[in-house]
Design a protein around this ligand. Structure first.
Ligand code: HEC
Length: 265
């Protein structure tokens, strides 16, 4: 390497190496250095049983809900999702509901170590550092495994349901019954079924190009949703026998509405 290039990269390195946390919401992206975050928020110390290390650990960091607020995130709605991206591209999601259940902390160092220093952590065959940011759940106790403990975090992005699933939402003028059916579908069906190719993939697409109400009889749909095994042995779809007739009617009204809102390919 040419000497000047070597010297130039030595000079640039500390600048490039300053870890930043990127926040993305409402179509805006912003970078935060640790000192900028410290100007906005108090640093707190926390001790907990850490399932990543399998040890009792103490950290320094920020209350996660306060950090979201101070970095300009709008108040979270029930069906909002946070995507937390790690430096290797791993990107687990966190639901607003999980954050309402448990308090999380975003930590940046072990309590007795300098900023961004952690004891190396075993991952697969190698050792890694959870720096720059690591999400922990101090009050989770025995329920720790129900929460994601992602580390090496570099980005937090808010994804609103209405942006991610725009093609699934019934038209604004739809009836109250359709809206009720949509709420039920969102809660119970969307994780496995897509509408207009948005949603889960375990079950079939239910709207495009043919809406399921166009090729299934209404009474068959009602009976199938209540008990799929009565149509197909070993169906991978769970039974919705706990739905009242009115709830099933609402789900079918929603499916019928979406017939008018098909995507074209
Ligand atoms: C755990 C995943 C899962 C959930 C949740 C689920 N389904 Fe299904 N569904 C499936 C699978 C898989 C099939 C494919 C056929 C089978 O296994 O019987 C299916 C098939 C169907 C079919 C028949 C379509 C066809 O042509 O095969 C309808 C209608 C349907 N589901 C509606 C619903 C509704 C309405 C809900 C919510 C109340 C729902 N499903 C929830 C997995 C699911």
């Amino acid at each position: 390497m040419k000497l000047w290039l070597f010297l130039f990269s030595c000079w640039l390195w500390p600048v490039l190496a300053t870890p930043v946390l990127t926040t993305v919401h409402s179509g805006q992206s912003q970078n935060w250095t640790l000192s900028q975050l410290q100007q906005q928020l108090p640093v707190q110390q926390v001790s907990l049983d850490d399932p990543s290390y399998n040890q009792h650990k103490s950290y320094r960091g920020f209350n996660f809900a306060a950090l979201l607020q101070k970095t300009g995130f709008p108040p979270l709605q029930d069906d909002d999702t946070l995507v937390l991206t790690a430096s290797d591209g791993y990107a687990p999601t966190l639901s607003a509901a999980q954050l309402q259940q448990q308090q999380a902390m975003l930590v940046f160092a072990e309590a007795d170590k300098p900023d961004f220093e952690f004891t190396p952590l075993q991952q697969g065959k190698g050792l890694i550092s959870p720096a720059p940011f690591y999400l922990v759940w101090p009050g989770a106790g025995k329920a720790a495994e129900h929460f994601a403990w992602p580390y090496q975090l570099v980005k937090i992005e808010l994804i609103r349901f209405q942006d991610r699933y725009a093609q699934v939402i019934p038209a604004a003028g739809a009836s109250a019954q359709v809206q009720q059916g949509f709420a039920l579908f969102k809660q119970n069906c969307l994780k496995c079924h897509s509408i207009n190719l948005q949603g889960g993939v375990l079950g079939p697409e239910l709207n495009a190009p043919k809406n399921v109400t166009e090729y299934w009889q209404r009474h068959d749909l009602t009976a199938f949703i209540k008990n799929p095994e009565s149509y197909r042995y070993q169906s991978k779809m769970p039974a919705f026998g706990f739905f009242s007739d009115a709830e099933i009617d609402a789900v079918l009204a929603y499916l019928q509405q979406m017939k008018q809102q098909k995507i074209k390919r």
